[in-house]
Design a protein around this ligand. Structure first.
Ligand SMILES: N[C@@H](CCC(=O)N[C@@H](CS)C(=O)NCC(=O)O)C(=O)O
Length: 213
């Protein structure tokens, strides 16, 4: 039995962020399905894993965690020498860690709020029989465009967002980008040449492909 367990739902971006990290690390794990449509995440036993009632939650032996980005950082450090290194290449360079942290914060607080709202409006709402609000799409696309302008400038200097190697900063973006590539918002990525290359690079990774299956 795998000692790593992910409690979540395979279609959600936060769960996928953790699954991607485990795939990059070639780690065995068990995905324990939490059925969101039945509200399983809002009641026990899930609330004991995450009192905020959101997926994913995570277990590695006796250690129990929640918050996808905290989980990915635990995995990247705990299993540093296994699979893909997802931390800065020079592990003794604290400044490079700080730069990776900036990228992770920007993803969580600037990129993801707009990107997730766009995925909700244009994809997930349909699943619930709801209609896309075009005004919200326009507003969130304007916010996302500003973030992507910053990324375009950054990617003119470096291959990846935190430097010359693929790190957690890049990985954290993948699940929601994969969804947005199936919506008209795709244009925001394709019309920026360096962002377009970066998106192609990070989404063609074997782990990224596997998560889609
Ligand atoms: N900051 C949290 C966000 C988790 C989150 O928003 N999860 C969503 C799925 S992507 C969820 O559980 N939604 C159901 C709900 O909030 O009721 C993380 O990264 O783990």
């Amino acid at each position: 039995m795998a000692s790593i367990k992910v409690f979540g739902h395979a279609t959600t971006t936060s769960t996928r962020r953790v699954l991607l990290t485990l795939q990059e690390k070639n780690l065995d794990y068990e995905l324990v399905n939490v059925e969101l449509k039945d509200g399983e995440h809002k009641k026990e036993p899930f609330l004991s894993r995450n009192p905020f009632g959101q997926v994913p939650a995570f277990e590695d032996g006796d250690l129990k965690l929640f918050e996808s980005r905290a989980i990915t950082q635990y995995i990247a450090h705990r299993y540093k020498d296994q699979g893909t290194n997802l931390l800065p290449a020079d592990s003794k360079n604290i400044a490079r860690y700080a730069i990776m942290s900036i990228g992770m914060e920007v993803e969580a607080h600037q990129f993801d709020p707009a990107a997730s709202k766009l995925a909700w409006e244009q994809l997930f709402k349909h699943i619930y029989g709801l209609t896309t609000d075009k005004a919200v799409v326009a507003e969130e696309e304007a916010k996302l465009a500003k973030v992507l302008d910053v990324y375009e400038a950054r990617l003119k200097e470096f291959k990846y967002l935190a430097g010359e190697t693929f790190t957690l900063t890049d990985l954290h973006h993948i699940p929601v980008i994969q969804y947005l590539l199936g919506t008209p918002t795709k244009k925001l990525f394709t019309e920026r040449p360096r962002v377009n290359e970066w998106v192609a690079e990070i989404t063609k990774r074997p782990a990224s492909q596997k998560i889609l299956q």
